[in-house]
Design a binder for this molecule. Structure first.
Ligand code: CDP
Length: 226
């Protein structure tokens, strides 16, 4: 690692590994842009479901990813969101996190054309620097030149507990066993796809957060940034 503080930080890991929470805090304290790339894959999936598109029609879904108008704006509500996600004038910030999107996003994100369209945008923004970018393939594909690469992991049970709590805290109903089962399946699809599978970059620092709370992970990463 260089002696200067990192300007491009790549933060990858499986579902609900705590990337977004820690990434957001880190970006705030460094005065960097926080960019959650999962939003883009979720948004394309949400639009496809909303329009009853056939998710197995790779050509149509790829065209959608190339043309989708996804707006990310400053948060207008204090309900735990990092930003407002607006599509066609509709606030879809939480709709994008529904079980239906969770269950289908990995089909959409496995398409090479979808990944190309979205990761080119991500790379263009990330290369400006002063950014914490969160996803699955940031350290391996989107920004392989990142100054600091982190890979956050935790057991599926611990991650499912965290996701369960997030949903319940939002006032929605949740079923732990169902969350666990679907999360394991999504991780399986994300890590076995042919293009840009979920995996740590060879030079990533791996953080096993099973035994670390959010504060400990955050402090540890902040130390690495200095
Ligand atoms: O919040 P959570 O960790 O559950 O998921 P997310 O980060 O919002 O990502 C949702 C889905 O988008 C993942 O399961 C992947 O299929 C896809 N994704 C991806 O393929 N590459 C990325 N860089 C980010 C997300």
């Amino acid at each position: 690692m260089k002696n200067t503080p990192p300007s491009i930080i790549a933060l990858d890991g499986p579902a609900a590994s705590g990337k977004s929470t820690v990434g957001r805090r880190l970006a705030d304290s460094l005065g960097f842009l926080f960019f959650d790339t999962g939003i883009m894959y979720r948004a394309v999936t949400w639009i496809a479901l909303e329009h009853d598109m056939n998710l197995h029609d790779e050509t149509a879904i790829t065209e959608l990813a190339q043309n989708a108008q996804i707006d990310i704006r400053q948060p207008t509500q204090n309900d735990g969101r990092a930003c407002d996600v607006v599509i066609g004038g509709k606030d879809v910030t939480w709709d994008m996190r529904s079980g239906n999107v969770d269950a289908n996003v990995s089909v959409v994100s496995a398409y090479a054309g979808v990944r190309k369209a979205l990761s080119e945008q991500q790379r263009r923004i990330g290369m400006r620097g002063r950014v914490v970018m969160v996803g699955r393939d940031i350290g391996t594909v989107v920004l392989p030149e990142a100054d600091l690469k982190l890979y956050m992991d935790a057991s599926a049970e611990e991650r499912a507990r965290r996701r369960y709590k997030e949903i319940v805290d939002r006032g929605e109903a949740a079923d732990y066993d169902e969350i666990l089962k679907k999360m394991i399946e999504r991780d399986r699809l994300d890590s076995t796809r042919a293009v840009a599978p979920l995996r740590p970059a060879d030079d990533a620092v791996i953080l096993d957060t099973d035994t670390m709370n959010e504060e400990q992970v955050y402090t540890h990463i902040l130390e690495m940034c200095k």
